[in-house]
Write a protein that binds this ligand. Structure first.
Ligand code: FAD
Ligand code: FES
Length: 253
């Protein structure tokens, strides 16, 4: 884990108002695993006080990328960064995806900004396994395909791809999914991850999910990011330290 002041190289605004921040950070670029995250202090002032967590979206040489939409003050400030601005980052943090294993096809499933960790997952898998990607959004504006490959899309309103949820789309493709040895990697809103858990239980699929919650310290000190363990009721795991990626069987979503 490093604490760095890393310079912005560029801020890229994609078509659908999603931002990519390219940051020069050789320390983290050389160490980060897919699914790990950064805890970023967006401003030198006291507000916003807490750091904001972001998945490492991609790595190119000595550069790292994060992807975000403007939700509140933190992401608004980040979207206005310019080349040369320094960003205070702690990372890489948490446990990422385990891309190893006895499977032939990686089934990547992202909902909205849940697509953020998957360009790096896609890059790291490379040609070692087949990749099938399922991306869902409420409308076409939420569909993010940057850095992904072999993509099927669903939208709740039918404005792009198949109408319905991404889990409904997985169900439509269940025969082809089951005909291969797959491992699923999923990230998205809690409601989506809940349905993914049920889908994987019903179809006996291996799956890792990247979970989200509000965070403070980002590395296990404040106890502010609990998620219930599926193994022992009343036992809590920490999203920042034990996750954010968990085997879907290990957590209550
Ligand atoms: C491990 C981890 C990885 C993450 N990776 C990413 C990432 O790669 N890209 C990314 O954009 N976000 C990611 N997030 C979420 C990100 O931390 C929040 O989007 C960010 O903190 C928002 O800060 P803000 O100050 O702009 O908004 P805040 O002021 O904190 O929130 C403003 C409003 O927006 C809502 N809001 C905040 N975040 C979200 C969200 N993600 N979805 C829907 N509503 C939201 C809040 O509930 C609030 O109502 C991640 C979170 C975790 C825990
Ligand atoms: S954010 Fe502090 S323990 Fe997880």
């Amino acid at each position: 884990m490093f604490t760095v002041n890393a310079p912005v190289e560029k801020t890229i605004e994609l078509d659908n108002h999603i931002y990519l921040l390219k940051i020069y950070c050789p320390e983290i670029a050389s160490k980060v695993n897919p699914g790990e995250f950064l805890n970023i202090r967006v401003s030198k002032s006291m507000y916003p006080l807490l750091r904001r967590p972001f998945s490492v979206c991609d790595v190119e040489g000595e550069y790292i990328f994060i992807m975000f939409n403007v939700f509140g003050e933190g992401t608004k400030i980040l979207s206005r960064k310019h080349k040369g601005d320094l960003i205070d980052i702690i990372g890489p943090l948490g446990h990422g995806f385990n891309l190893e294993g006895d499977y032939d096809t990686a089934l990547i499933v992202g909902g909205g900004l849940g697509a953020a960790p998957f360009p790096l997952v896609t890059k790291k898998i490379g040609s070692k396994k087949n990749i099938k990607t399922f991306i869902g959004g409420r409308t076409h504006k939420d569909v993010i395909t940057y850095g992904l490959k072999n993509i099927s899309v669903s939208t709740d309103d039918g404005s792009m791809g198949t109408k319905g949820t991404v889990v409904a789309l997985l169900n439509k493709n269940i025969e082809s999914i089951k005909s291969e040895k797959v491992k699923m990697f999923a990230c998205g809103p809690t409601a989506m991850l809940k349905s993914i858990k049920t889908f994987c239980e019903e179809n006996k699929l291996e799956c890792e999910v990247s979970t989200e919650c509000a965070m403070a310290c980002g590395f296990g000190i404040c106890q502010g990011c609990p998620i219930e363990s599926a193994e022992h009721s009343e036992k809590y795991l920490l999203v920042c330290k034990d996750g954010p990626v968990f085997n879907v069987k290990d957590v209550v979503i």
